[in-house]
Design a protein around this ligand. Structure first.
Ligand code: GCU
Length: 430
């Protein structure tokens, strides 16, 4: 693995993080495949026309996009890239690990909830930590984060249940502190926004051959050793789990389930993008450093490519096996990442990137947003039009329904990024 899972850093300073990440994010050969970082060698490519339906008809209205073009694109992306997933299980079953408790020096009401992903309660459960502001009487909008670590490792708060995390193929108690800084939850409370988080490994492990240990194994049909080539990889499974968290949040009186934003970084940035596309109950997505397989254009040869990401020695298990078919022929893929961006329309989508995160190709995400903008405009939503590629730290493209922001730094989420995300939520989840 190129970067340890968990390189999505919480609360680390840009200045100390950048140099090491810069080197880590510029490998020249990965899985035996050379990596390009020269703007002169990104190749020439033509993106599939988002507004042209498979039968040649052009989309002329928001209604036509929603009823005709969106479903066909969704099916393509699902069957080619992330894989089909099962419907929601009948009824959400949840038990409270902790009833409502006052936390964070009196600012928040906290609860810890165990959500069962199957009908038996011995295995396959996901622990959800929820904070809502004490001071707000009405149901609040909420940020639902999916994390590389158990919540007791990312938040400083007495009384948090110690989760279990994967280590060397086994689940162990998360008693070690996380290696990164802690999340600042107070700022959400002050902004009257709820905060919730889950550990991705509760849903599906993140390693090759982890299949028998995760939720996907429970859905294998008789005689099936692997999901079919158009069925879910780990990313779709993590996203499916986020929908189960939302099932639960819909029953929480203090949360306005119609105003839940999703956030995740890196492979979890890809995850929230796909989860938000699939489950339109999510009101907003904030995809941090999602890169290849996320919002970055695949046809642009810069940093990671489909060949790198789907190499069986690397992350093929995160995707539908079909995705690998395009490793050497991306030009024939019936869509590109601008389709993923457009599939979120008209709901707000913020792409958060880093200027020295070369491997993830921040410019490829910006070009993707430009190419998806016409779809947002069909809905009279704001999106970048002819905007120049912003400098690091420039917030010019941030406050649009289709927003883009690149921090000065690497493959990480910086403290100031959270502040901007809160501003974005305050504007678009009113
Ligand atoms: C690797 C992978 C990326 C992914 C990243 C992460 O670098 O190649 O596609 O985004 O891990 O999840 O940290």
């Amino acid at each position: 693995m190129l970067l340890a899972a968990g390189t999505a850093v919480y609360g680390q300073s840009a200045r100390t993080a950048a140099p090491a990440q810069q080197a880590a994010n510029r490998p020249t050969v990965v899985a035996g495949i050379p990596v390009n970082y020269s703007e002169d060698s990104t190749g020439t490519y033509v993106l599939p026309d988002l507004l042209k339906c498979s039968d040649g008809q052009m989309v002329t209205s928001a209604k036509m996009w929603t009823e005709k073009r969106r479903p066909e694109l969704l099916k393509m992306v699902e069957e080619t890239q992330f894989g089909k997933m099962p419907p929601a299980p009948g009824k959400v079953r949840a038990s409270l690990l902790e009833k409502e408790t006052i936390a964070l020096q009196g600012k928040a009401i906290r609860r810890q909830v165990r959500i069962y992903l199957t009908t038996d309660t011995t295995d396959h459960y996901m622990d959800l930590l929820v904070y809502t502001p004490v001071a707000t009487k009405k149901p609040v909008p909420l940020l639902l984060n999916i994390s590389f670590l158990a919540y007791n490792q990312i938040i400083e708060d007495e009384g948090l249940h110690v989760g279990n995390i994967w280590k060397d193929g086994k689940k162990i108690p998360a008693t070690q502190p996380g290696t990164f800084g802690k999340m600042n939850i107070d700022q959400f409370m002050d902004a009257e926004i709820g905060f919730a988080t889950v550990y991705y490994g509760d849903i599906e492990p993140d390693f090759k051959d982890g299949l028998p240990l995760g939720i996907r194994s429970r859905y294998l049909k008789a005689g099936q050793a692997q999901p079919a080539p158009d069925e879910w990889g780990a990313i779709a499974a993590w996203g499916w789990g986020l929908s189960r968290a939302l099932d639960y949040l819909q029953t929480d009186r203090k949360v306005d389930a119609g105003r839940v934003a999703l956030q995740g970084a890196s492979r979890l940035g890809k995850t929230v993008l796909w989860a938000g596309i699939r489950d339109t109950r999510f009101a907003m997505v904030i995809a941090s450093i999602s890169g290849e397989g996320g919002a970055a254009l695949a046809r642009r040869n810069y940093g990671e490519t489909i060949a790198h990401i789907t190499d069986p020695s690397r992350y093929l298990y995160q995707f539908a096996a079909n995705y690998h078919n395009y490793a050497d022929q991306v030009q024939n893929m019936p869509f590109d990442a601008h389709a993923l961006v457009a599939l979120m329309a008209p709901r707000p989508l913020l792409l958060q990137t880093g200027s020295t995160d070369y491997w993830s190709d921040p410019k490829g995400e910006y070009l993707s947003a430009l190419a998806a903008a016409p779809v947002y405009r069909l809905f009279n939503k704001t999106a970048p039009v002819n905007a120049p590629f912003p400098d690091a730290g420039d917030t010019a493209l941030l406050m649009s329904d289709l927003g883009y922001y690149m921090h000065d730094g690497g493959h990480t989420v910086l403290p100031e990024d959270w502040t901007l995300m809160i501003r974005y939520m305050q504007k678009f989840l009113r």
